[in-house]
Structure formats: C-alpha cells, structure tokens
Ligand binder design. Structure first.
Ligand code: CA
Ligand code: CA
Ligand code: CA
Length: 648
C-alpha cells in the first residue's frame, strides 16, 4: 500500500481536461472549413419521399439518405432498427459520417442505431470510400461464404474494401455476425467500441480482420468471438502496422470448426512479420487448440503495462491468463463492457505516466466515457474502475436526515495519504460517513449485514491526517466479522466514520464489498467496544506483556483475553494464553503477537452464554512501542500486515 499511497492522483485530472478542450476546438475549426457539408436525417418513422434534410422530414432508410448526400456530409440516424431485403443493409459509397444514436427530435444522443442483417445479408459495406461510423450496433449479419479452404469468407458485420476505403468505428458495437465482425483491406481505426459474439470461417478472424492495411484499436473490447484462426483479431500475412492501446481482448476462441488443422490464436493470429505494438492492454483468458491461447508466434513490441501470455513480458507487463474481469454487460455508456473485478490485476496497472493512444494522445476517458485515470493510475484495458463516491474523507456522506441503516459499497476504495489505520488494521479500502447527533450520550455505528470482514473507526477532526480517534472496532462479537463501535457523543459535534476492510490492500477479494451501516443512540447494557486494548511491556523472550481490557460502553461483567501469534505462514491462537498477561516463550523471536479481548454481558440470563455472551470484541494491536518482535530485526508489523491469516 505504501508505494501506491506515495503516488498522488486526481479523480478529475486537470491537465487532461485542458487537452480534451483543445482537441474539441480543433475539430470545430475543421468543421467550419467544410462549411458546405450538409446534414441528413434518417428515422424509422421517416419516409424516403421526404427531403431528409430537415429533422422533421427524415428518410426511412440510410441508403436513401446516402443517395441524397455528398462526400463530406453527415447522416444523423435516430435510434431504431434498420433492416433491408437487399444485400447489404447499408451500402456506403460516399465518404461520409454515419452518426447514430439520436433521439426522435435529433436533439440528443440516447442510444445506438441498429443495423440488423437478420442472418440473411451483410450489415454495412464500405466500398472504396473513407467513412466514420458512430454509435451504431451492427448485428446478425452474414458475409460471403467462400466455402472450404483455400477459399476465403468475408465478415458479415462490416466489410471495408476497394481502393481508398477506410473506416473509423467509434462508440459502436459489432455483435453476433457470421463469418466475422469487421473485415477491412483499408485503414481501420476502432475506438470506444465492442466487437463481441461474432463467428468466422476461413479467411476471417472472429472479431476483426485486417488485410494489408494499418489497424489501430483503442479503448475497446473484443470478447466472445470465435474463428479457426484469430478468434479476436486476424492479421493476414501481408505486412502492416497494428497498434493496440487500452484494448481488452478476452474470452475469444480459436477452434477447428471449418478447417481440421486450425485452432490457432484465440486472442490474435498474425500471419505476417509486422510487429504488433501493444500497450496498456489485456490479451488473456482466450482459448485455442494449439500453441499459446492469446498471442502465439506473432512478433510483438510490448509498449508496456499489458496483461498477457504469448509474448515475452517487459518488466511492466503482467504475465497471467486470468485478468479477473466480469462478463460482458451494460456498465454505462453506449456499448457493453467487461468490468474489472475488485481483485483484477488491471486495476491501476496502466502506465503511471498516463494511458495514451498510438499517437501519444491521452485517453482521458475509458470506453464508456468514464474519466481516466481514477484511483492511483489508469487501468489496463478498456474499462476504468470507479472508486466509491465517499472514498475520500472530504467526500464523506452525511448520515443526518438519512434513515438507518444505509447500504453502500467499498469496492475499489482506497486509503489516502495520512489516513489512520482503523481498528488497528492497515485496511486499504475505506469509505467515509459523517454524523452530527442531536443527542448527548452514547452513540454507535454497526456494519452488521455487510458482505465482508469490516473495520470501523470513529473520529473527530477536519483533516484525514489529523484526526482524534473516538472509537475503533474490528469484530462486534467473537462470532462475527462485522464491526460495532460505541462512543460518547455530544449533540452538535460532527463525528467522522470510516468503514474499511481487514487486509483490504493485500486481499481486496475479501476486504471490500457491500456495506450496511446502522447508527444511532446506544441504550443497551450489553458491552460495546469503544477503544481497543493496549499492550505494555518489553517484547523479548522471557519478558511478560500485559494487555488492558480496552474501553467499553454498556456494563461488562468481565473480560476475556486470547493471545495470538503470527508468523510467515499465518496467525493462530496461542493455546492457554487467555489471561491479561503473557510471558513470551523460548523460540518466539521474530513472531508477532496480538491480543484479542472480549467482554461478557451482565444481562445474559443463561449460564451457558456467560463468557462470550452477547457482545465481545477483537481488537488486536500491533506491536507496542515499536518493538513487536524479539530479536530478528525485521519490521514485524510490515510482515504481519501482509499475511492473509491475520486473526479476527
Ligand atoms: Ca485506475
Ligand atoms: Ca478511502
Ligand atoms: Ca472485522
């Protein structure tokens, strides 16, 4: 955690925002230079007999608008499904922009415009012209079936061919097409888009095929495509330039459905000698019958910060086939994406100097349009995980006026510079609340019902690095991992409440999750932890350590103690060490000790519930006085903090 904390980060990057503004200004200037360019309109409720030059008089078909348009024009297409009895559904033979996703009045972009091949024809044919396609879903197309090898088949989603052809595909999806998603013999640029669920025959890759032309893919997801060669991307044998920046290529398959000897390159298959330039990208979790499932044989120039197998990793690459991603889903934005799981190595794994495209232009958002970078660095691949809204102390959610309990999430939370350990654990994924009680007495906070091993800390103070601790608790009782902390409150004072997870920085899978937070006035006589116990004494073999009981609300009828030892293999209770003092035995050098105290309830009616009855707590403290180990000289607190088995 320490090195990550040493890196400053900004949720809303200032310099990155300035760069984006400049780019927009240039784009507008270019648009003004082509003052003659016209805009045409298409909507499902339109008519090809309309002028199509007025948003209120749109064409019904995209082809009809193309017929009226001139090179350089833009065709705005309303949300809806566009089909055709001819083949292809859309033939683009002028250099145009097809801008989809518009609402019925063409005043805002609300979704995707769908070109549906209905499993009977090609979706879009870009024939010898330079085209930009934005906010379209091209699905269920079927391309030319060339028959068995050595004949070629061509993509059913989008076909780009002919002299002078090129395609910029932006904020679009190409899904569930037959004989491949996109096949291009002209320059192809894919940005903020998803290519998924396409299947291919010989001659086509499942997702993208690039033939003798440059390919650049940025901030895009290529997932669940299948082909004989190149489940995700096929690069034909003619030399070209390929650049992948923040691309997620996961879950694609190379098999031998159509060619018995096939099954190479689940992620990428390249038949050429052109090196693939890959940066900040995930090419993992693909499958193939032969060789490496992700990138076999292909010459790769790693530009760093990739998750992959299949090429020699640089020092900055992560060599694994398990990128820990969620399934393809609507996570916001116009296209589907694969979200990071909370323990994904992609989290903050991108270039710490910032993620950029092949031209060095910063990628200021992820595929969805979410700000990059968030947390400590940009994430690897197309998706940037968002920390909770109340991750930072200054963004604490006020509980005043809310009804207890409230449900939140600590997933992708962080620990700030100067932030204290909560309940004596280093944690690492805190979220913050603030509360101004209207009563004077004893208050409580509880995380009962939360999905993970929580920590709770309660403070007063105005800055995360200068807080006064009012309460801290790890586990509310010996039988639970959730927390309950009590504290004296004065009406009108603001208390800052941190909820973190035990060991969250080193084990986010078990230290982050759904938080249920209850709060209010504490009126029970059952013991409720205020502050953890402290340990005094010199930690040397043969010397005796003494634990305090900690401080408690309620009326404890007695206290229990359990000493705990931790070594490099984990932690465990010390048998028989159940009193307030403990003499360190021979052989204890280098071992970390904790103490857990519990308080029995005087209100417990039945004898069998006595010692650990209704309320107990576990408040292990790190080494007292900076001397947590006997003589090895290593920093015991650091060692134990990294152990997964720290006691509860
Ligand atoms: Ca990040
Ligand atoms: Ca935090
Ligand atoms: Ca706990």
């Amino acid at each position: 955690m320490g090195d990550r904390l040493g890196t400053s980060w900004h949720r809303y990057g200032g310099l990155a925002g300035v760069a984006a503004v400049c780019l927009i200004a240039f784009a507008s200037a270019a648009g003004l230079a082509r003052a003659a360019a016209a805009t045409w309109y298409v909507a499902p409720w339109g008519s090809d007999g309309n002028s199509c030059s007025d948003p209120a008089q749109p064409c019904a078909t995209i082809n009809s608008a193309i017929g009226k348009a001139s090179a350089g024009d833009t065709i705005e297409v309303a949300v809806g499904i566009y089909t055709s009895s001819g083949d292809p559904v859309v033939l683009v033979n002028k250099s145009l922009t097809l801008a989809g996703g518009w609402d019925s009045t063409f005043s805002s972009r609300t979704g995707l415009s769908i070109v549906d091949g209905q499993s009977g024809r090609l979706g879009v044919h870009v024939s010898g012209v330079a085209v930009r396609i934005e906010r379209f879903l091209v699905e269920n197309g079927i391309g030319l079936d060339g028959g068995p090898p050595p004949s070629y088949s061509y993509a059913g989603g989008i076909l780009v061919d002919g002299v002078g052809a090129s395609l910029e595909l932006n904020s679009s999806s190409v899904k569930n097409n037959h004989w491949g998603g996109v096949w291009s013999s002209g320059p192809l640029t894919v940005t903020n888009s998803t290519i998924a669920g396409n299947t291919a025959k010989n001659g086509s890759g499942g997702g993208l095929t690039i033939h003798a032309a440059p390919l650049a893919v940025r901030n895009s997801t290529i997932s669940g495509n299948t082909a004989d060669y190149g489940g995700g991307i096929l690069i034909t044998p003619i030399a070209t330039t390929v650049q992948l920046s923040n691309v997620t290529i996961v879950g694609n398959v190379a098999t031998n459905t159509y060619s018995p000897a096939a099954g190479y390159g689940g992620g990428i298959w390249s038949g050429g000698n052109s090196p693939l330039h890959i940066r900040n990208s995930i090419i993992a979790g693909n499958t193939a019958l032969h060789l490496d499932p992700n990138v076999p044989i292909s010459p790769v120039v790693s530009e760093g910060f990739n998750i992959e197998t299949g090429f020699e990793p640089t020092a900055d690459d992560i060599y694994t086939n398990d990128p820990r991603l969620d399934a393809l889903a609507d996570n916001g934005g116009p296209t589907e994406t694969r979200a990071l799981l909370k323990d994904s190595p992609a989290l903050d794994g991108g270039n710490p100097d910032g993620c950029s495209d092949e031209n060095g232009v910063p990628l200021d958002t992820d595929q969805r349009g979410v700000e990059r970078p968030l947390r400590f660095a940009c994430d690897i691949g197309a998706f940037e995980a968002e920390p909770p809204a109340n991750d930072d102390f200054t963004d604490a959610i006020s509980l005043d006026g809310l009804t207890s309990p409230q449900v939140g999430s600590s997933e992708f939370g962080t620990k700030e510079d100067g932030e204290p350990d909560h309940a004596a654990d280093s944690g690492g994924a805190s979220i913050w609340y603030c509360w101004e009680p209207s009563f004077t007495g004893t208050g409580y906070v509880s995380t009962e019902g939360s999905s993970f091993d929580t920590l709770a800390g309660v403070y007063t103070g105005l800055s995360v690095s200068s807080l006064t601790t009012r309460a801290g608790n790890d586990d509310a009782t010996l039988a639970t991992l959730t927390s309950k902390a009590c504290f004296p409150v004065a009406a009108g004072t603001t208390y800052m409440i941190a909820i973190d997870g035990l060991g969250a920085a080193v084990d986010p899978a078990n230290g982050e999750g759904s938080v249920t937070l209850a709060w209010g006035q504490y009126t029970s006589n059952d013991p409720c932890a205020i502050l953890p116990p402290t340990i005094s004494g010199t930690p040397q073999v043969g010397r005796t350590l003494a634990a305090s009981s900690g401080t408690w609300a309620g009326l404890p009828s007695g206290f229990g103690y359990q000493w705990i030892e931790c070594d490099e293999f984990g932690c465990g209770d010390v048998e028989g060490a159940i009193t307030a003092s403990y003499t360190l035995p021979p052989g204890a050098e280098g071992t970390q000790f904790y103490v857990r105290t519990s308080a029995a309830s005087s209100s417990t009616a039945t004898p069998s519930a006595a010692a650990t009855a209704s309320t107990a707590t576990t408040n292990p403290l790190p080494r007292p006085g900076g001397e947590g180990e006997a003589s090895s000289g290593r920093a015991a607190a650091d060692r134990c903090g990294a152990l997964p088995g720290r006691p509860h």
